[in-house]
Design a protein around this ligand. Structure first.
Ligand SMILES: Cc1cc2nc3c(=O)[nH]c(=O)nc-3n(C[C@H](O)[C@H](O)[C@H](O)COP(=O)(O)O)c2cc1C
Length: 228
């Protein structure tokens, strides 16, 4: 297809990109641990040690009430047998999407290691106590921002966010126990977790763990190899 005159030439920029430039680390799916959390811990620690930028950042994919997909980057708070957790406002678009469809996917990509991890499952909310504890553990700035509960609203007056933040900051300083009614810990309870390892010869390695049964807390997984 030819380039429209005046529009940026994205293809020529893409042509300068090296795919999987770094030498990928060794990975033998045959000796992978039975527990996917153990393998995730290994890969995450490896990414941290290798200096991968923002190794705790992941794409959260959701679906809205009409079935349209949406995705954005979030920070992973923790991963335990109870699920993979993140914190956000229940009144945000993603919060509303999760209320409409309680399922989500998480995607990590650690470029310097040629590794991707994908998690799919249903989503459960933290208890009121857990949400409050998490909210109060945040810095004043983060607390003020999430207390506003305006995430992704359109700004009509450019001065309003600063004013609203200053006001809420003051309220928080006056009452340090103030808790946002919308700050929520969400947990993805994995049905599948897939580990993907790039290979120089393009025979990329893929190992998927599938939850055995549909327990609230998943303790056992089957593994299966996937075509690259
Ligand atoms: C590296 C990075 C980390 C982020 N972490 C969070 C987070 O932990 N929680 C959050 O609500 N938004 C986080 N965001 C902002 C989200 O990507 C998004 O813009 C925001 O949550 C609004 O999403 P929504 O309109 O789909 O609800 C982060 C963005 C980046 C780039």
């Amino acid at each position: 297809m030819t380039k429209t005159p005046g529009s940026p030439d994205i293809r020529s920029i893409l042509g300068r990109v090296t795919v999987f430039g770094a030498t990928p680390p060794a990975f033998d799916p045959g000796t992978a641990p039975a527990d996917p959390l153990e393998l995730f811990a290994e890969w995450l620690a490896d990414a941290v040690d290798a200096g991968v930028a923002d190794p705790n950042a992941m794409t959260l994919s959701t679906v809205d009430a009409d079935g349209s997909p949406d995705a954005r980057v979030l920070i992973l708070r923790d991963a335990t047998p109870e699920g993979w957790s993140f914190g956000t406002s229940s009144s945000s678009p993603k919060g509303q999407q999760l209320a409409a469809r309680g399922a989500a996917a998480l995607t990590f990509y650690w470029p310097a290691r040629g590794r991707q991890v994908r998690v799919r499952g249903r989503v459960v909310k933290g208890s009121a106590e857990e949400n409050a504890e998490s909210f109060l553990s945040r810095g004043t700035g983060g607390r003020a921002e999430s207390f506003l509960g305006r995430q992704s609203d359109v700004i009509d007056d450019p001065d309003e966010p600063r004013r609203a933040l200053d006001e809420v900051r003051q309220r928080i300083e006056e009452d340090p126990d103030l808790v946002s009614p919308t700050w929520t810990i969400y947990r993805v309870v994995p049905e599948t977790i897939e580990f993907w390892q790039a290979s120089r010869d393009r025979s990329h390695l893929r190992l998927r763990y599938r939850a055995a049964g549909d327990a609230i807390v998943v303790h056992a997984f089957h593994t299966e190899r996937l075509w690259p």
